[in-house]
Design a protein. Structure first.
Length: 115
């Protein structure tokens, strides 16, 4: 059965651009928007990540945390953040998970009933 809004996502540990996190501990009692993108340095994803950075203050007002997920490394995310800032005028101001071994993606996929 897939996860629905309001259900608890599975816990995981991950390296992010803001350091190591345990997902449940990091989220705490907040809501969270976890979004994924397929690959760093892609044009559409660049604009999406910049957009999320621009509207993050609105999420902050509502006590909602934002985190991005990609198969690329945290080091690559850091390089991409500079590119995003140069292209869009704003860099991601939220953590981006480096998931080079796909552990997080597979955990979320399984929880969603997709495999």
């Amino acid at each position: 059965m897939p996860l629905s809004i309001g259900e608890t996502a599975p816990d995981f540990r991950a390296e992010t651009t803001h350091g190591s996190i345990s997902f449940h501990e990091w989220v705490g009692n907040s809501w969270c928007v976890l979004f994924s993108h397929p690959k760093d340095f892609t044009p559409v994803c660049t604009t999406e990540l910049a957009y999320m950075a621009r509207i993050k203050p609105e999420f902050d007002k509502r006590g909602v945390k934002i985190v991005g997920l990609s198969v690329d490394s945290v080091d690559n995310h850091a390089k991409w953040s500079k590119d995003i800032a140069a292209v869009a005028g704003v860099a991601p101001n939220y953590p981006m998970i480096g998931d080079t071994d796909l552990k997080v993606a597979k955990t979320l996929r399984h929880a969603a009933g997709l495999g």
